[in-house]
Design a protein around this ligand. Structure first.
Ligand code: ATP
Length: 234
């Protein structure tokens, strides 16, 4: 579904992403793990049109998305939940959700999408008229994921969804990702919590200072001694 080939990203002289190639097959969860500053967020931003790569190809459903605006990328079916969630704290929960659908010319399906969101997250229904900034961190992450889902993506990109959350909410976020995937959603997941990411994902890539150092089925990387030592704290 998504294929990134020989991606390079420079920030002035910093070569943040170096010849990265990766693939996200339809129906799978693919995770990208690596230390802070390895370049994970940069790769996600390039896919979403938020950062212009210096070179390389990014194909989604057979079409190049390099050079497209973020808006056009969403329109093609890629929805990105950024690190830090970036919900609008002064808007209500409902207003935040409506923003997820704003790019769709026709809003008649919105009611259906909202019903799905509220079925999945009853707390968002209870709090729909409340300012989103009053939600807990975990609830805000649920809102951010829901807002992304309302755009009806074919590929959901999640950047550090568990960052800063209480352990019980971390479990809840991973459960949500798993259930979305079981319902057919394709997911590209960047996570600091490498153990949980590898347990959840089908396939994984390890990024070290801008380069892919290892790749394979997530279950294999979970048992790899180098991965265990460097990323799983074992
Ligand atoms: P984190 O988990 O901390 O977000 P990351 O793996 O996502 O890290 P990136 O945020 O992609 O890494 O950053 C990769 C490298 O590029 C880092 O050295 C970072 O300092 C640098 N970098 C990122 N954004 C910019 C920018 N806008 N201008 C200059 N350098 C940047």
């Amino acid at each position: 579904m998504l294929r990134v080939t020989d991606l390079n990203i420079f920030y002035q002289r910093v070569h943040a992403v170096q010849n990265v190639s990766l693939a996200v097959p339809a129906g799978q969860i693919v995770t990208l793990i690596g230390a802070n500053g390895a370049g994970k967020t940069s790769i996600l931003k390039a896919i979403s049109g938020l950062v212009r790569p210096t070179s390389g190809a990014i194909e989604f459903a057979g079409e190049s998305v390099v050079g497209m605006s973020p808006h056009d990328v969403v329109h093609r079916g890629i929805s990105h939940v950024p690190e830090g969630r970036r919900i609008f704290p002064n808007l209500t929960v409902m207003e935040n959700l409506r923003l997820g659908a704003y790019h769709r010319g026709n809003h008649k399906e919105l009611g259906e999408d909202l019903a799905k969101v509220f079925h999945r997250f009853p707390v968002l229904h209870h709090r729909r008229s409340q300012g989103a900034g009053t939600l807990s961190g975990g609830e805000q992450q649920m809102l951010a994921i829901s807002r992304a889902m309302v755009s009806r993506p074919r590929l959901l990109i999640l950047d550090e969804p568990s960052l800063g959350l209480a352990p019980v909410m971390v479990d809840a976020v991973f459960d949500v990702i798993q259930s979305l995937n079981q319902e057919g959603m394709t997911v590209l997941l960047v996570e600091q919590n490498a153990t949980m990411a590898l347990e959840l994902a089908h396939h994984a890539y390890v990024l070290e200072t801008g380069r892919i150092s290892m790749a394979g089925p997530a279950a294999e990387l979970l048992n790899d001694s180098r991965v265990k030592q460097a990323y799983l704290g074992e």
